[in-house]
Design a protein around this ligand. Structure first.
Ligand SMILES: CC#C[C@H]1NC(N)=Nc2cc3[nH]c(NC)nc3cc21
Ligand SMILES: [Zn+2]
Length: 373
């Protein structure tokens, strides 16, 4: 059977890859950063603005949309694309991670996860079948497996049975998928910071490879030392199938993103750029900048002198600082817009460097400058 989401490798520069993903709602040039639109919106941005800065694909969350407004209601509007007026690809996470990080966890059983809603404390159960059916209702291009997500930095004793349960749940997800020809299913490789457990997870999932359109790496950037994350990336990413996209979940710090691309990652998502943007921290070529800092009060430079985005072409640091000090919502919008543009542009420049086989030089140059901040 033909998978609904396919990948074409276009060029390698070391282990870094430039490629093209073809999904039902459009094509995606990789490496790609995916803005997070948890509750059917990338916070403070309109779909038109997201398109104008070059967003190719955004994320939605099963956990949140199931609790509010309900996946049945979204389905009544024709699915998530129509509901939020986003006509390019959407990837939905399965709720596996959110239920652990947001919901007040009640019980994990073989059946699934019982939790209380973070919204109104009501009791719910998410199972592999329910998560897949919610994602079918949402109509996303890419559907994530419902996995058991061990707390960050878990021990081997905890992780091993957790991997085995995630593998059993993966089989149930494959079985439960109602639209395998229209929505691509991605596997999620677990295993913490242990090479042998990463192998275990990948090998068990590879038994079902024909059902998967892509492979995600979960459980990194959860508080482990940077060198552990980079060691695991360097070990496991190249072992994932070469002909399918590789997605690193929850990574959006510029230096980590370039490290991930160097290891062979194609897709990344992170709430950071939008979250820190709303609080007045922005990315610049020389590092992060906290715009509310008094030193920017009379600064008539753009946020980033090397950025050609709408915000950097039209507004000065002193003005944006004023907006934050005055708690004007435009401040949050401008900082979010710039941060998203910065990461999207970083991936676009990385792709160009890979196509010209000079990614290592590109990465080293960026790191040299970024650390000066
Ligand atoms: C263990 C595991 C795992 C992954 N499982 C699912 N379904 N979603 C995720 C979302 C994440 N966001 C971040 N941020 C650091 N890490 C994530 C990891 C996962
Ligand atoms: Zn900018």
């Amino acid at each position: 059977r033909k998978l609904p989401v396919t990948y074409e490798l276009q060029k390698k520069s070391g282990k870094a890859r430039a490629g093209k993903i073809t999904a039902p709602h459009g094509e995606i040039e990789t490496p790609v950063f995916m803005p997070v639109g948890t509750q059917a919106t990338v916070k403070t941005m309109t779909p038109e603005e997201l398109e104008s800065i070059g967003s190719q694909i955004i994320l939605g969350n099963t956990y949140h949309l199931y609790l509010r407004p309900g996946d049945d209601l979204v389905a009544k509007f024709g699915g998530l694309h129509k509901f939020m007026n986003w006509n390019k690809p959407i990837l939905t996470d399965s709720g596996g991670f959110q239920v652990f990080s947001l919901g007040s966890l009640r019980k994990i059983t073989e059946k699934g996860v019982e939790f209380r809603s973070h919204i109104d404390g009501s009791k719910h159960t998410l199972t592999p079948e329910k998560s897949i059916h919610i994602q079918n209702n949402l109509g996303s291009d890419i559907v994530m497996l419902f996995d058991e997500c061990p707390p960050g930095l878990s021990s081997r004793e905890y992780i091993i049975p957790s991997i085995e349960r995630t593998t059993r749940w993966a089989r149930r997800c494959v079985e439960a998928h109602q639209r395998p020809d229209e929505q691509g299913l991605f596997a999620i490789v677990q295993g913490g910071i242990y090479e042998d457990l990463r192998d275990k997870s990948l090998n068990e999932l590879s038994e079902m490879d024909s059902a998967f359109s892509g492979y995600a790496i979960g459980g990194l950037a959860v508080g482990e030392p940077r060198e552990d994350m980079y060691r695991i990336l360097d070990y496991i990413v190249e072992k994932c199938p070469e002909n399918k996209p590789r997605y690193l979940m929850g990574v959006g710090e510029p230096l980590d993103m370039l490290e991930a691309v160097e290891s062979g990652i194609d897709m990344m998502d992170c709430v950071q750029p939008t979250r820190i943007g709303r609080h007045g921290t922005v990315f610049t070529k020389y590092g992060r900048l906290v715009i509310k800092n008094a030193s920017y009060a009379e600064d008539d430079r753009p946020l980033d002198e090397d950025c050609d985005c709408y915000v950097c072409r039209n507004f000065k640091r002193g003005y944006i600082r004023h907006l934050f000090k005055a708690e004007e919502v435009l401040g949050q919008r401008l900082a979010t817009y710039h941060n998203l543009y910065f990461l999207l542009k970083l991936m676009k420049d990385a792709r160009k460097a890979i196509l010209e086989d000079r990614f290592k030089e590109f990465k080293d140059e960026f790191i040299k400058n970024y650390n000066m901040g």
